[in-house]
Write a protein that binds this ligand. Structure first.
Ligand SMILES: [Zn+2]
Length: 78
């Protein structure tokens, strides 16, 4: 798993996690694998899980989900 200091040099570019204080926070999205509805961007994994719990309560056969983690990266030419 890539950490916040991962640096990938390629073609004169360095790709690294955006570490400045004003960078957007990491986000989480939970998607139902049955109907493809999703939680929208949440800023904590518990919020995404809360959405999944509400979704399965309303749709008892929708029991499979996919969690996606969104993290911000920045390209800098060296
Ligand atoms: Zn669903």
């Amino acid at each position: 798993m890539n950490g916040p200091h991962t640096v990938i040099p390629f073609g004169g570019w360095t790709i690294s996690r955006e570490g400045v204080p004003q960078a957007p926070p990491d986000g989480y999205t939970m998607e139902c694998r049955i109907c493809k509805k999703d939680s929208g961007l949440r800023f904590d994994s518990e919020g995404a899980c809360d959405w999944a719990a509400t979704h399965v309560d309303q749709n008892p056969t929708h029991t499979a989900f996919h969690e996606a983690l969104g993290r911000y990266w920045r390209a800098i030419r060296k």
